[in-house]
Ligand binder design. Structure first.
Ligand SMILES: Nc1ncnc2c1ncn2[C@@H]1O[C@H](COP(=O)(O)OP(=O)(O)O)[C@@H](O)[C@H]1O
Ligand SMILES: [Mg+2]
Length: 254
């Protein structure tokens, strides 16, 4: 197995979609791009990602039809390991070489022992941003922490971090979005082009499943382009070297 790449959808703000996008991206890479994926949920004591997995397992137990559908997938679910931040680094390091991609869901605050060391263990950080002042200022603060204490440090593997819009509303404040991207660019913070749309679908049961591939109807909401953009960043060689018809390229199956 080739080298493991560590990814975190993280931010210094609660409720922006960290857990949601970690699950969706992990599921797309695992089920649709056939990558060997693991997830570390160290948002202690909330562990909402582990809670999602437990809910999914319960559903399989109580719903024979769903259980049969899972059987028919013929694809094991990816492991979800819940722990505290201070233990996450060890767990992540033990995963080295065992997985292609490890997604790490962290708490929305920097005031947790071990979080700086954990971010140093990530190769790429993607920061969901909502179109409001609080979310934007929290992102600027977070980015400056990453720039000052993580990026370029000798013991850090962080290659780059990116902001991206989550809960984007197409019909609203396009000016605000572009101006914010310009401000971020001036501070050396790249923005992904993909925007994940605000949608009521996130309230639907099974939308954020940890055991089933994401339904096609949900991929339209900016998720497929987000994950494709992430794949081009994470696997630049595969993207450059692979002809479009080669199904082995991680981003081709998306
Ligand atoms: N693109 C979106 N559109 C609508 N609701 C969303 C979207 N992304 C996340 N949410 C909702 O926002 C809430 C917070 O998301 P969550 O992933 O738990 O955030 P965090 O992990 O950053 O605290 C959840 O209720 C989730 O369903
Ligand atoms: Mg969360």
């Amino acid at each position: 197995m080739s080298k493991t790449t560590y990814i975190s959808i993280s931010s210094q703000k609660g409720g922006v979609g960290k857990t949601t996008i970690n699950v969706l991206a992990a599921s797309v890479f695992h089920f649709l791009a056939n990558q060997k994926v693991a997830v570390i949920d160290c948002d202690y004591p909330q562990h909402s990602l582990e809670g999602m997995r437990n809910g999914d397992l319960e559903q399989l137990e109580n719903n024979p039809q769903r259980a049969a559908e899972f059987e028919a997938l013929d694809r094991q679910a990816y492991p979800v390991v819940a722990c505290e931040v201070k233990d996450a680094l060890d767990i992540a390091q033990q995963m080295e070489g065992q997985f292609d991609l490890v997604f790490i869901d962290t708490p929305g605050t920097i005031n947790v022992p071990g979080i700086i060391e954990l971010w140093k263990q990530t190769d790429y950080i993607f920061i969901p941003v909502e179109a409001d002042k609080l979310s934007i200022s929290a992102t600027l603060t977070y980015a400056s922490v990453l720039q000052q204490f993580i990026m370029g440090q000798p013991d850090s593997r962080l290659k780059q971090f990116y902001a991206f819009w989550n809960k984007h509303i197409k019909s609203e404040k396009q000016d605000f979005y572009t101006r914010t991207e310009e401000v971020f660019a001036a501070q050396g913070i790249p923005f992904l082009q993909s925007r994940v749309e605000q949608s009521v679908n996130y309230k639907k049961e099974g939308m954020r499943s940890t055991m089933f591939p994401l339904g096609k109807e949900y991929m339209r909401l900016g998720i497929s382009s987000l994950v494709e953009e992430m794949a081009r960043i994470i696997f630049p060689d595969a993207a450059a070297a692979t002809a479009p018809e080669d199904a082995a390229a991680p981003n081709e199956a998306l």
